[in-house]
Design a protein around this ligand. Sequence first.
Ligand code: P53
Length: 494
Amino acid sequence: MTQFPKNFLWGGAIAANQAEGAYNVDGRGLVQTDVTTGGSVNSPRYTTYIDKDGKPGKYASMGHAGGHLPEGAKYAVLEDHYYPNHQAVDFYHRYKEDIKLFAEMGYSVFRLSISWARIFPNGDETEPNQAGLDFYRSVFEECRQYGIEPLVSIWHFDTPLALEQNYGGWKNRKLVDFYVKYAETIMKEYKDLVKYWLTFNEINNTTMFLDMMGGHGTDADYQEGYQVLHNQFVASAKTVRLGKTINPDFVFGNMICGITFYPATCDPADILAAERKWQSGIYYCGDVQVKGAYGTYAKKLWAEHNVELEITEEDLDDLKNGTVDIYTFSYYMSNNVTTHEITDKVAGNFSAGARNPYLTYSDWGWAHDATGLQYYLEKIYDRYQVPLMVVENGLGAFDTVEAGGSIHDDYRIDYHRAHIKAMSDAIANGVDLIAYTTWGCIDIVSAGTGEMRKRYGFIYVDMDDAGNGTLERTPKDSFYWYQKVIASNGQDLE
Ligand code: P53
């Protein structure tokens, strides 16, 4: 028998820039994915620009942890490139149909993000864009009509491009005020429609990816990365404090890219190396956002890369008084850490380190490791002792549409079944887990590769990597399976 509390929230998750499309509709401003091409498991996505001499150019990027815009260049949509996020899966126009399907699956929660650039197109306006506010009001009302609780990410990798271009993005302290104003606007606007808010999606990616991608990060990269994080921590804390004055019932969560790090061998040096990854990759952000202060190891991490942060006394006060109520995270895979030379290396998007001989890997090189989720849940709950939510978990895979139109995605069902069992085992061991939202309830554009064919959904969307397709929605086998899982509160996993 599995164990799930009576009011456990079951659902799915998407992000605005990967699902909505309608990138230039109703006054929306641009974000970085609008100037970023598609890639694949072997080739990066590129961000495009016009350089200071008017020549088109591009740099390899991973959305949020990639290269840099050359001096004097301006981000630009170039004619001879395809930008998959422009149309995405057109959730902007099809949300009623999609939410109806989520309700059919039995969702009690739906995680989505608000696009900052729909509310403040350039990020620094004084008045919000009414059309943007109207859109999300309608989305939340649609959810409420089916008894679905919206779980809202305030930021999901989509800072308005004008703030990146004109202010240099999050390394600039001014972004804190722009973000807090945006957050205040939406929290006031939706105070009776939304209860659960997540301040920054996968906030830890900024520096964790510098560590993961083969350690090519320079001291300057770390200097910028840690300052970006500090500014985001302050913005998050100020938002939490402000939010509680708008509606004391609001519940705030952080959101961490949860990767379980294992030592690849029992060499004590590897044990320590793995622990360092937990500190720099996972605890660094969680400690600030949940405990309200930088961890004891933070000074050493900064010193390693000669980082000198601008932190004021007032900031430390804000961090202490703006802690989140719940810890939320994504979980896809584990990673092996070793100090030894790696002969069998995992190749794939965002998966670095030594291959784990006890695990199998997805076509994108991500380890299938449900036990790693149990481990993460127990370790993190023990550290913070606040309610947890798994707000992303899923398998990016190729799907085949059969002649009759059905999609037999038993590999996806297997993946989720194992992870749901792991959650149940963690709950049995005392973990206070309150929600599970699978990634990409419906097929959407991949964040890492920009592909459509890396599919996560329980609902298939007829759209390919080149933008061909009808956008028609079709439930996969996993749709009907998840329906039974939810109806039985996690008892029926067959
Ligand atoms: P895609 C890397 C590693 C783990 C999670 O990722 C990650 C990433 C960034 O790609 O991001 C989260 O689409 C993120 C989502 C994203 C999802 O994982 O690359 O919050 O936006 O789509 C899956 O397969």
